[in-house]
Design a protein around this ligand. Structure first.
Ligand code: GUN
Length: 291
């Protein structure tokens, strides 16, 4: 078993971006600028947004953060989005999900200018991705593709099982793994909560990508020897021995599955850091498209 080390890779990618941004500074041109909107006070979402801003500081990208109360109306949130759509100094921005229940997520995503949608969630960008046109790729699937590429993992002709069909991870992941090119060229099964006999698929899979949010779900007897295992799950589980009061748990029963896998991502330290690095890449793309 070998570890797919997301911390090490993300560090390399961030270093590359830092050097690119330094070049802009040396040339005396403005640097890229990323914005993040956070609605409410969900603990995990706050941490994600804090980390996105920290990453901007590290690589020298300018950042703006807008924190809004969870009582904000959909109309007022969309009015804030419109302001950022029209802000010439801002290259791209994200609206952290999930949103409070009274807000229609679809309406909010549709309100973001596709040129600034560095999450790649807008239907126009999602469609471009599906058609293999250049666009912003959702950061988590993008990070997994980058990881497979940089570790030279051959996905061509392989059977990939993706578990979970969310718009953020599972569905785009299934599209990217079947695209023309390596990574890609996979025969993809997209499994979800209504899939029957899931094990029948995972036992045959060369690559399993789990994005369910159910700690320890994927067990060793569900995979074949030598499979590549990518764990997107990152659930907060109560842990009194931890100063934060919780630990992060993946969807994979890591200690047992690692004995059978050829490659495996740890949680934490696998997919998560790659997701963060890819948002910076998308911000650079938005900046260069604008130029
Ligand atoms: N919530 C969980 N993952 C993401 C992400 O990649 N982008 C946004 N905007 N919200 C998220």
């Amino acid at each position: 078993m070998q570890i797919l080390d997301g911390i090490k890779l993300a560090k390399e990618i961030k270093q590359e971006i830092k050097e690119l941004v330094q070049n802009y500074k040396d040339q005396g041109v403005r640097v890229p600028h990323l914005g993040a909107i956070l609605v409410g006070s969900n603990g995990a979402s706050q941490t994600y947004v804090d980390n996105k801003i920290k990453d901007c500081h590290f690589v020298g990208i300018e950042s703006s953060e807008l924190r809004l109360p969870d009582t904000i109306s959909q109309e007022d949130l969309i009015a804030e989005i419109e302001k950022w759509n029209n802000d010439e100094t801002l290259d791209g921005f994200i609206v952290q999900l999930p949103l409070p229940k009274h807000i229609d997520q679809e309406a909010v995503i549709n309100a973001i200018d596709p040129k600034k949608d560095v999450d790649g969630f807008h239907p126009m960008n999602f469609g471009k991705m599906a058609l293999e046109m250049e666009t912003f790729l959702p950061a988590t699937p993008f990070g997994i593709m980058e990881m497979l590429e940089r570790y030279n993992i051959d996905t061509t002709g392989k059977h990939t099982v993706v578990i979970g069909r969310s718009r953020i991870v599972g569905r785009p992941m299934s599209i990217l793994m079947s695209k023309n090119g390596n990574p890609g060229n996979s025969t993809v099964t997209l499994a979800h909560s209504k899939t029957q006999n899931l094990e029948q698929f995972t036992k045959e899979a060369d690559i399993v990508i789990t994005a369910l949010g159910v700690p320890g779900f994927l067990k060793a007897d569900m995979i074949k020897d030598g499979a590549v295992i990518i764990d997107v799950g990152i659930t907060r589980v109560d842990d009194e021995t931890n100063p934060r009061g919780f630990k992060l748990a993946g969807d994979v029963d890591f200690d047992n599955v690692k004995e059978k896998a050829s490659w495996i991502t740890p949680v934490p330290g696998g997919v998560g850091p790659m997701t963060r690095a890819m948002l910076l890449k998308n911000t650079l793309l938005a900046y260069n498209n604008k130029k």
